[in-house]
Every structure is written in structure tokens, then in C-alpha cells.
Design a binder for this molecule. Structure first.
Ligand code: XMP
Length: 201
């Protein structure tokens, strides 16, 4: 049994807008850098330490939602000091769907997570519809526990009840890119989290 959520024990750093200007070459598309590489590295190390403390004696399956989570996942798992299995899920955005939409998951996944401690890792919690639909579906497979870890939590009112257990940063309600997050497949490779210029999207 896993008790208490880490978010309750942890103060999630808020991120303001206009933290620092983007590199010259990106000024046409990027409004500002919100979270730089060293801040990302430090916070992710804290998250990994908490996750390690919570899970080190358990049989854990990490389920990463692709593609936006790839960069975060790669850095996070290198701060997690215990054995775990990794599974990936590709889900399309549910922003246009209803909170009840049920995403299709790989057929063998329920068998792989039954009775295991599941940690779902995602890049950003926005409307919450994607994670609500995915976790509802995963819970049907009866894992021993299910927790949610997101790098970014947008500060917006939500109609779905979703409470992540591990949160990297709270970000303002702007479109963010970089560090795995894309706009039309661009900017995933930036080493920082940035605000996309409003006139770009
Ligand atoms: P929600 O929580 O709205 O988010 O279901 C679903 C997925 O949409 C993507 N997303 C974003 N991607 N910048 C991005 O690059 C954003 O500001 C943003 N908001 C949502 C993301 O993949 C998330 O998992």
C-alpha cells in the first residue's frame, strides 16, 4: 500500500512568464524561456529522489505517454535508483473529445500491470482529459497502485478531477514547447521549456 501523495509533501515550484529571452535565432517563434536546463535538472533530481523513496521496495511499471514525454522520461529514469519495467503508450490528444473517451491501449498491457505498482509519466497536465482517460482505463487492469507523475502542470481550472502525485513545475496557461514538447513537431529538441509566441499558433 502506498500512502500519502508526494505532491502534498512537496512544494511545487511555480514558473512565471517572461523568465528570460530566447536565443536570438528563435525570437520569431519563441516568446521566452520559462525553465532553463539547470533548473530542469535540479528539479527532476528531486522528483527522482522522492519516487525512489516511495517505490524502492516495490514491483514497478513505469508507463510513459509518447511522444512529448520522451526527453523528460530519459532524464527522470536516470534519477530513479531502483529496478522497474518501462512500457510506453501512444495516445492522441483528447482536447477535442469528451472526458469519457476511452483510449485504446495495447492488448498485453493489462496483463503486464495487474498487481504491479504503476507510475504513469506524462509531459504536461493541461485539460487533464488525456490522463483521466488513460488512468481510468489502466485502473480497470487492477494494478496494486497507480500514481501520476507530470513534468508540468498548467494552472487552469479543470472540469476533470485529476490530481498528479509528482509534479515538476506549475506553468502559466500558455502554449509551451521544448524539452520534448512540440508545436507541429517542432522544438522538441530544445534543452529548455519555452513559451511559444501567441502569433505562431
Ligand atoms: P490534456 O491534459 O489537455 O493534454 O489532455 C494532452 C496532451 O496535449 C499536449 N499538450 C501540449 N503540448 N504544449 C505542448 O507542446 C502545450 O502547452 C500542451 N498542452 C497540452 C501534451 O502532449 C499533453 O500530454
Amino acid at each position: 500500500m502506498i500512502r500519502g501523495t508526494s505532491e502534498a509533501r512537496d512544494r511545487v515550484p511555480p514558473v512565471g512568464r517572461r523568465t528570460s529571452p530566447p536565443p536570438e535565432a528563435l525570437r520569431g517563434e519563441i516568446a521566452s524561456v520559462l525553465i532553463g536546463p539547470s533548473r530542469l535538472r535540479r528539479r527532476i533530481a528531486q522528483m527522482g529522489a522522492r519516487i525512489t523513496a516511495d517505490y524502492s521496495d516495490k514491483e514497478v511499471v513505469v508507463i510513459a505517454l509518447l511522444n512529448g514525454t520522451l526527453v523528460f522520461l530519459a532524464d527522470l529514469i536516470r534519477t530513479m535508483d531502483f529496478p522497474f519495467r518501462i512500457e510506453t503508450l501512444r495516445v492522441s490528444s483528447y482536447s477535442g473529445g469528451t472526458p469519457d473517451s476511452s483510449p485504446r491501449i495495447r492488448e498485453d498491457l493489462p496483463r503486464r500491470i495487474r498487481g504491479r505498482h504503476v507510475l504513469v509519466v506524462d509531459d504536461i497536465l493541461d485539460t487533464g482529459r488525456t490522463l483521466a482517460a488513460v488512468t481510468r482505463r489502466l485502473r480497470q487492469a487492477r494494478p496494486a497502485s497507480l500514481r501520476i507523475c507530470v513534468l508540468l502542470d498548467k494552472t487552469i481550472p479543470r472540469s476533470v478531477d485529476i490530481r498528479p502525485d509528482y509534479v515538476g513545475f506549475r506553468v502559466p496557461d500558455v502554449f509551451v514547447v521544448g524539452y520534448g514538447l512540440d508545436f507541429a513537431e517542432r522544438h522538441r529538441n530544445l534543452p529548455f521549456v519555452a513559451e511559444l509566441r501567441a502569433d505562431t499558433h
